[in-house]
Design a protein around this ligand. Structure first.
Ligand SMILES: *Cc1c(COP(=O)(O)O)cnc(C)c1O
Length: 383
């Protein structure tokens, strides 16, 4: 039996149209030259492809192409945003606000900044996984220079009110970074109107290739991001390194495709999630972690009652369905997902939960197969 892939929040396959485009920028007969080579036509063509990709993504996000910096992915974008701003604003204050349910790329970067002498407040989300603007307001001090909140949570699908948080932070002159790895290309993002200073994106969460990302840096004379990777001074000095033309062209193509298909993709995900939820509902004693109504429809995180925290056994029992638990395996035992603990689940509930994430290529037949497999396995575990 074929594996049903329900782990799109971890990564997506590259859309065949994207892969086809990328092939034109790799081989000897393609546009393979170094985009920084100014001495010959081949270099100019590569540079043109890079700048065209930048324009395409800028158009989708409604920002200026000069506001986009290529990186290796959202992990690097998050690192560059947080470390780069903390470094340039250190003389103004040392306090940073974020949440306890951010991606590790934000949490571990904040941990590193704490060791450099910064103070970080980690806000606890509500039961739906959402940070309330009032909490942010209460956490602000005279020392606050920077805040970072994710757009869509990768484990729950919960969506933060970025506009409301952004307005609040802007009124206090605090730099606002948003990790939009799970939102880019999927939700409408208008950076002309959204009060955000920095935003991280990734190629491989949106049917583009792995190893490419973007950091949006608002054009504002008062916003400076210190480089964290030094070299040839690429990307206006913010991020050195030879630009990977094929990855850039691929990410841009993926963004354009996602933008064109946004409504269609969202409706597809909504239908699949409803089918999945109704299918497994026959089990009884199951609940959604996060919020079904307000969350991103591509992600559903479910707690299965009566399996005594045996999420890992459930994962093993449904091998032909690829899902995730969010828990971390250490040598001796399993740590429950810090995101599920963060929204108030106890250890057993967190360890009885699975994240299922669907995508563009998921079919109703696959959901049917997944439902049958999960229902059988949970029933067996309960008895
Ligand atoms: C996947 C993901 C990242 C990391 O992105 P990479 O491009 O894999 O480095 C960061 N934040 C969130 C919310 C993600 O889902």
């Amino acid at each position: 039996m074929q594996t049903v892939y329900l782990d799109y929040a971890a990564t997506t396959p590259v859309d065949p149209a994207v892969a086809k485009k990328m092939m034109e920028y790799l081989t000897p007969d393609g546009c393979f030259a170094n985009p920084a080579s100014r001495a010959h036509m081949l270099g100019w063509f590569a540079e043109q492809a890079v700048e065209n990709g930048r324009l395409q993504i800028a158009k989708v996000l409604n920002c200026d192409a000069r506001e986009l910096v290529w990186t290796s992915g959202a992990t690097e974008s998050n690192n560059l945003a947080l470390k780069g701003v903390a470094e340039t604003r250190r003389s103004r204050g040392n306090h940073i606000i974020t949440s306890a349910v951010e991606h590790k790329a934000v949490l571990d970067t904040c941990g590193w900044l704490e060791r450099q002498g910064f103070e970080v407040t980690y806000l606890q989300p509500n039961a739906q996984g959402v940070i309330e603007p009032e909490q942010v307001a209460e956490a602000i001090t005279e020392q606050t220079i920077l805040a970072s909140f994710m757009f869509v949570n990768n484990e729950l699908g919960s969506i933060n009110n970025i506009a409301a948080i952004g307005e609040l932070l802007r009124s206090k002159d605090i730099v606002f970074h948003v990790d939009a790895a799970q939102a880019g290309g999927k939700l409408t993002i208008d950076l002309k109107t959204l009060p955000v200073d920095l935003m991280s994106f990734s190629g491989h969460k949106i049917y583009g290739p792995k190893g490419i990302g973007v950091l949006y840096v608002r054009r504002d004379p008062d916003l400076k991001v210190a480089a964290q990777i030094h070299g040839g001074g690429h990307e206006r000095g913010m991020r050195s390194g030879t630009l990977p033309t094929h990855q850039i062209v691929g990410m841009a193509e993926a963004f354009v495709l996602a933008d064109e298909r946004r409504e269609q993709d969202l409706e597809h995900l909504q239908a699949l999630r409803t089918q999945l939820w109704q299918g497994i509902s026959v089990l009884g004693d199951i609940s959604v972690n996060g919020d079904f109504e307000s969350g991103f429809p591509g992600i559903i995180n479910v707690c299965f009652g009566g399996i005594g925290g045996q999420g890992e056994s459930l994962l093993m029992a449904i091998k032909e369905v690829a899902v995730s638990t969010g828990s971390a395996c250490n040598s001796a035992n399993v740590d429950p997902s810090y995101v599920l603990s963060g929204i108030g689940l106890n250890r057993e509930q967190a360890l009885s939960s699975l994240r299922m994430s669907m995508g563009r290529f998921t079919t109703t037949e696959e959901i049917e197969q997944a439902v049958n497999t999960i229902v059988t396995a949970v029933t067996a575990l309960r008895s």
